[in-house]
Design a protein around this ligand. Sequence first.
Ligand SMILES: *Cc1c(COP(=O)(O)O)cnc(C)c1O
Length: 408
Amino acid sequence: MTAPARTDRGSEELIRAEEPVLAHNYHPLPVVVARAEGAWVEDVEGRRYLDMLAGYSALNFGHRHPALIEAAHRQLDRLTLTSRAFHNDRLAGFAERLAALTGTDMVLPMNTGAEAVESGIKVARKWAYDVKGVPADRATIVVAADNFHGRTTTIVSFSTDETARSGFGPFTPGFRIVPYNDLAALEAAVDETTAAVLIEPIQGEAGVLIPDDGYLAGVRELTRRKGCLFVADEIQSGLGRTGHTLAVQHEAVVPDVVLLGKALGGGIVPVSAVVGSREVLGVLHPGEHGSTFGGNPLAAAVGTAVVELLETGAFQRRAAELGTVLREGLATLVGKGVVGFRARGLWAGVDVDPALGSGREISERLMREGILVKDTHGSTIRLAPPLTVTAEELAGALGTLEKVLTSS
Ligand SMILES: *Cc1c(COP(=O)(O)O)cnc(C)c1O
């Protein structure tokens, strides 16, 4: 981290300057990041923080991973955008390698996670009409309560979070909401109109909720038996986070469609994708769906470099190994301010004793001690460090958490 600060304004001044000109759709921690490398970020005043959020998994490989930065630089010097009106020389390789990595046939490249979800919904509906034979405009998609799939009008239509929904209607019809981790409720909701079951293999925003063993395999069995698609939103859980390439691999499950985003862009550019079988993605024909930026050469070059990092399995192994350190460390904090936690790989939702403060307050105290995390609901904080974090850094962060919880 050698580059000098590019601003003559301090953190407090910059935070104040945002207030009148920036829409208030976020409530960030009061830290102004100016540069970063690996698992560490530095603020405008040069204070260093361990990034234990990693951009909600968009930074699985850390900030500015050298291989990813090199791939981006190389591509910036050659070709950045063509639109899909023309072919570009990077897209075929990206699609081939991403399909191989995820064990499927076809790739639909998009940009943001929400676009991948929207695209997954459109593909599932088209499949329902063209292949399954659902009468026109009657297709339903079954989703889980407490889901997080993004922020578009259609996606918030099937959110159960009133803050995310309220004031944004009218809502898109065609969704049925069932409790998460409840196969009987799913069985009751799926009928002949059902195009797909759309779930997160682990519910991230809900607090890193991990379903019971057998749930994902049960969803696979049920959707196959009832003749609808299983669409897994792996935008946050996928690409190494849980110790596997995909979180569904914990139950050796292969969904029909997987939605990817966040880490696919290497923390550099937004890159998302719908990956799935030819039977499903093959329903799209020219003109029926698209994106000006989807599959652009810069995104494809960075995405290819991300896939290359994951092809060795090293990051997945690291997440699994360090996940043990994380789980064992958190277990020692139960009763010392932690009332419970859920963890898989390098991903944990930690429920703090509400008497010690809200998740926000705990996050602010951790920030002052040089650890960046994000609260979810109530007194839950989420830990999701870059997969490049070291065991020592992780132990240090857990030590700081213990200090913050026991000194308050
Ligand atoms: C972040 C996220 C999305 C939305 O991704 P954006 O890039 O913010 O649109 C969708 N699904 C899940 C599970 C996510 O974590």
